[in-house]
Design a protein around this ligand. Sequence first.
Ligand SMILES: C[S@@+](CC[C@H](N)C(=O)[O-])C[C@H]1O[C@@H](n2cnc3c(N)ncnc32)[C@H](O)[C@@H]1O
Length: 316
Amino acid sequence: MVEGAGHTAVLLPEVLAALNIRASGTYLDATFGRGGHAGAILEQLIADGRLLCLDRDATAIAQAKARWEGDSRVKIFLAPFSRLGACADAVEPGLKFDGILFDLGESSPQLDDPDRGFSFMRDGPLDMRMSQGEGVSAADVVNGASEAELIRIFREFGEERMAPRIARAIVADRKSRPFERTSQLAEMIARVARSRERHKHPATRVFQALRIHVNAELDELESALRAALDRLAPRGRLAVISFHSLEDRMVKQFMRRHATPDPVYAGLPDIPAHARPTLRLVGKSVEPESEETDRNPRARSARLRVAERLSPGIAA
Ligand SMILES: C[S@@+](CC[C@H](N)C(=O)[O-])C[C@H]1O[C@@H](n2cnc3c(N)ncnc32)[C@H](O)[C@@H]1O
């Protein structure tokens, strides 16, 4: 277990094995957080190895800079990971990676800080922006979106069955008092809706949905996966840890699609280069052992998927 200032890195040995680290290789940690994974990768690199670290959260990046500013192996960027190509080019035009890691979602410091507004367990401003102060906050959405739009967000990003009832109650309540605090929203949801899962707060799915919407998480991931594929060196490894089914489905489908020859050419002996797979799946998806989830309950829903970039001309 590696703890980086309040965040415990999930599936760490599995990630290190998945990335197949070469001491002089070039790696990208697209979700620095508190650097648990990044630190462990860096420990394996020698002087000509390279590690790029990205995060869209300014606090995370300030910590990365405080830790490694003087280390010539490390380059640090405050950026959404959909821009990983531009960050790579800023280091060296056309730079490719031997391994890219995405450890999706929020870090413990983000969740645990009431002022960031991610948690229905702690009262704070209804914010939820990972890039502090940029774009719209959760309060802007809850107070400004139409009832139909709220229903769509809660259904699409929270798979919330009671979306219409919750959206209707929000629209009725906000007329007299706009939603400003996480507790205000969580308590209102608990009044009008039940959770279908035992031990889950009724607001869990709505909070997840708002967070995904506010941070455009699925659009970010889709763009970033494409950019990552483009930036992987031959035999480079892509490792993605997701924490909910919407992300995991996207990662699984992306990896499968690129690991399968174009169906138009199925069964033919000679598949043209443009229709050949560009990825090879590496093993099955991996979930943490109970020993890890006992130590770190936040690892419970984690799932790691790994794929390897095929060299042009190598069959899957
Ligand atoms: C689960 S934490 C990563 C923890 C990290 N692996 C560690 O060991 O400390 C996820 C991090 O990814 C960042 N993040 C989430 N979505 C992002 C995006 N689209 N672009 C850049 N960073 C993102 C969050 O700000 C957060 O710091």
